[in-house]
Design a protein around this ligand. Structure first.
Ligand code: 23J
Ligand code: MN
Length: 274
């Protein structure tokens, strides 16, 4: 049983949070791209099945199909736009318990977040790789990545539009991402909850050529951890101290889902940026 003082402390904490949100001392940051048919989706080698873009069609708009109301039908992939990856998405996580979006315990959808700013490096090198050394350098400044936190790789890739987002070439897409060693470090040595990126995958564009292929997917999901992709506005988060809210749709046996990703953060003028 929760003891009375703990319960009272929690009540006071939530009241303080509500007050800070009302005053603007804590702001709500939107880390989500707009779902739109033009937003790029992952393109796999042609022998594989492909991810569907977002589609939307009007059912009625205050007209003869429905005089007093407007509504649309939409369709997309579980992996379209800003989205969540569940462990069941990858073969390494296929037999884990609670591995689909409908089964994941909901406390995993709210929690602390670390932001590793790789925007300068990614600006110089479109194939920039996050390594264990990059993470250790970040920790020397910001402290150790706490267990059960989200780690987001900021690259400012979310500012790209059109063809520059996938950055497709003859040999496939070119975009920054983590090495296999970096993901293993975050999972095995830091016990993170999940890893997120501003690019179309948690893996680098060239991740199909890594060992194993798509190592971020392989190791994260094999360890029951989660992914977030196509994040937006990571330049608006502090390196530490924000709370991430990322709750996927409750799709039965779903491997992922588009979602609204939010962060609660100290107001920008009150805190150092990541
Ligand atoms: C399937 C195969 C490879 C990749 C992906 C999906 C994703 O990035 C995804 O959206 O989960 S790299
Ligand atoms: Mn995905």
């Amino acid at each position: 049983m929760t003891s009375e003082p703990t319960s009272r402390a929690a009540t006071q904490l939530l009241a303080m949070l509500a007050q800070a949100m009302a005053s603007g001392a804590v702001e709500t940051v939107d880390l989500t791209h707009t779902l739109d048919p033009d937003f790029p989706v992952l393109v796999l080698p042609p022998e594989f099945g492909q991810c569907a873009r977002f589609r939307i069609e009007q059912v009625s708009a205050y007209d003869e199909r429905g005089p007093g109301w407007k509504w649309n039908n939409f369709s997309c992939s579980e992996h379209t736009g800003t989205h969540f990856d569940a462990p069941i998405h990858w073969i390494s996580g296929r037999d884990l318990p609670q591995n689909s979006v409908d089964e994941i315990p909901v406390h995993n959808f709210v929690g602390p977040v670390c932001v590793i700013d790789c925007s300068a490096q990614a600006g110089r090198d479109e194939d920039f790789e996050l390594t264990p050394d990059t993470i250790l350098e970040w920790e020397a400044i910001h402290g150790r990545v706490p267990a059960d936190s989200w780690v987001l790789m900021r690259t400012d890739w979310s500012k790209r539009t059109g063809a520059a987002y996938l950055n497709m070439r003859e040999d496939g897409p070119h975009s920054p991402g983590p090495t296999a060693a970096a993901i293993r470090f975050l999972v095995d040595e830091r016990d993170i909850r999940g890893f997120g990126t501003e690019t179309v995958g948690t893996d680098a564009g060239q991740g199909s050529h890594y060992t194993p292929p798509y190592p971020a997917h392989y190791y994260l999901h094999g360890a029951g951890r989660y992914g977030l992709q196509c994040l937006n506005n990571l330049d608006r988060l502090p390196a530490t101290g924000a709370i991430l809210i990322a709750a996927p749709l409750k799709i039965r046996n779903g491997t992922g889902s588009p979602l609204r990703v939010l962060a609660l953060a100290p107001r920008a003028s009150d805190a150092g940026r990541a």
